[in-house]
Every structure is written in structure tokens, then in C-alpha cells.
Design a protein around this ligand. Sequence first.
Ligand SMILES: Nc1ncnc2c1ncn2[C@@H]1O[C@H](COP(=O)(O)OP(=O)(O)O)[C@@H](O)[C@H]1O
Ligand SMILES: [Mg+2]
Length: 309
Amino acid sequence: MNPPVIGRSAALESALRTARLVAPTDATVLLTGETGTGKEVAARLIHESSRRAGEPFIAVNCSALPEALVEAELFGHRRGAFSGATQDSLGKIRAASGGTLLLDEVGDLPLAAQAKLLRFLESGEVQPLGESRAARGDTRVVAATNRDLMSAVGAGRFREDLFYRLHVVPIELPPLRERDGDVALLAAHFLARFAEQHDRPAPRLGKCALKRLHAHAWPGNVRELRNLCERLVILHPGSTIEAAMLPLPAAAPASPAGLALPAEGLDIFALERSLMAQALALAGGNQSHAARLLGMSRDRFLYRLRKGT
Ligand SMILES: Nc1ncnc2c1ncn2[C@@H]1O[C@H](COP(=O)(O)OP(=O)(O)O)[C@@H](O)[C@H]1O
Ligand SMILES: [Mg+2]
């Protein structure tokens, strides 16, 4: 059974309302939102609320697959189609037949696989590697992305026709910082859940701690809050949590920090390299988050990173 979807904010409710409306149809859905906002949760909700509920739900992370294996993984292959293909393989699209396939990080699909995916979405046909005849699959596709697919289209990395095909019903999961009141509900839920799981008394959140949680920007969204709650249950069972006990960076200053230029000057390129490295570390290696921390687009961030500025 799926964990409950927690939250009563208008921003989340609006996304869930669209998810419930589209669920009973076979329409392709594009879920967007920052990492940890619940895109996979929403995809499961759509699956569970559809006539496909008793059938498989399979999630594939397109960015985690080596490019050479993506097509085999999704569309299947015949034994001997490439070195290492020791057996026939159905591929995830047909493995999820009757059910739902979540293509997570769909923006990272290589162009050749994008062409094959479009063909499947238009005609229901899949072409396994090393197989002369096309096969068919009855699989509902839900795609998810944490970045702006339209800019990937502009940059030539994502097919425009596939973009529009996936974009039939877009659903945007709001960032946690824009969900009024949900932080407290989610924290209470996760504290109780992890207390039970670890067999510890649940900690309580003091007033100031709760205020601090509300002020935090949550770059990792619900996932970040969930992990923080698990940590609190383990480190402070049964305690009242004060703001200082929260493993969060000091509250951000109210105005953008002004860096005073030292009298002897500074190496602005070294400073930029250092800030970019710090942003990456703060963001746990997530480039989109690191870019956001510095107020840059991901593309610009990557460009500067490659260039070494
Ligand atoms: N509204 C919610 N209620 C309860 N748990 C949630 C909610 N949204 C996300 N989660 C939890 O947060 C974590 C990240 O969610 P996930 O769907 O994997 O995010 P994404 O796919 O957008 O990165 C998961 O453990 C998920 O169960
Ligand atoms: Mg995910």
C-alpha cells in the first residue's frame, strides 16, 4: 500500500486535484517540480487511482542509466543483440504492460531513445534491439522532470514533438517552501512514523524550532524534511526540539549579503570557484540546486563549472 500523501496547502491540493482528474484516463502525464517534491508519490497516486491499479507500476530513472543501455532497458532486446545480452529481455515498457511506467528525469533520455519513445506513444509499438518485428505494449507513461524541459528543447537536447506529446496534462508539484502550513503537518507525520519504525518515543517540536523549519528554504523539499525528522527521532527521542538542535544552516540574513571588498582586492575568479564548490557541497552534488543557490540557471552554472571560470 502506498504511504499517505500529506498536505493541505492550496498549492499541493491544486496539483492533486489535477492528478485525480487525469488518473482514470490513459493520457500521458508530465510531472514537474524540484527534487523531493513528490513526483514519484504523485505518479503512484495516478496509477493507484486508475483502472491499472492491480497491474505493475515500474519506475525508471533515465539519468541513472548508461546511455548505451537505455534503449535495451526500455524497449527490450534479443539475446545476442549486443555483447552482454545473454538473454532475451522484455524491456520496462512491456514489463509494465497493463500498468504504468514512470520515466523519471525524462529530460536526460538520449535523443535516439526519445525517438523510440515518441513512436511508442504515437503507435503503441516498441522495437526491441536485435528484433526485426515491432512488438506492442499497453503501458501508460507518466514522465517526470526536475528541470525546464522547454529550455532543453531550445538547446536541441530534447525533441520538441516529444515534449508536446508528453505535455498533454502537465502537473507541477510545488516546492515545499510554497506550501503554507504543510511543513508542520509533514513534520508531525514523519516524526510519528519514524518513532514507530525505530521504536523510540517521538520528539516534539518547540515553537522556535517550528518557526525555524518554516523559515528554511528546503532545497531538497519533502525528502529533506523527511530525512531531518528521522535524524531527530534517532538523536533526540522523546525530547522537545529547540531551534538550535536543528541540523540546519543558520537562518539566512534578511537582505542579500554584501561582500565588502578587502583593501588589497581579491581574485574574483577564485572566489567564484570557491562559491560554486560550496554551493555544490551544500546541494549534495545536485547541480540544479547549486545553481539556484547562486541565482544562476543550471546551464549557466554548468558552463562556468566546465570553463573553470
Ligand atoms: N505529500 C507527501 N506526503 C508524504 N510523503 C511525501 C510527500 N511528498 C513526498 N513525500 C516523500 O518524500 C520523499 C521524496 O518524494 P519523491 O516522490 O521521491 O520525490 P521526487 O520524485 O519529486 O524527487 C519520498 O520518501 C516520499 O515518500
Ligand atoms: Mg524522484
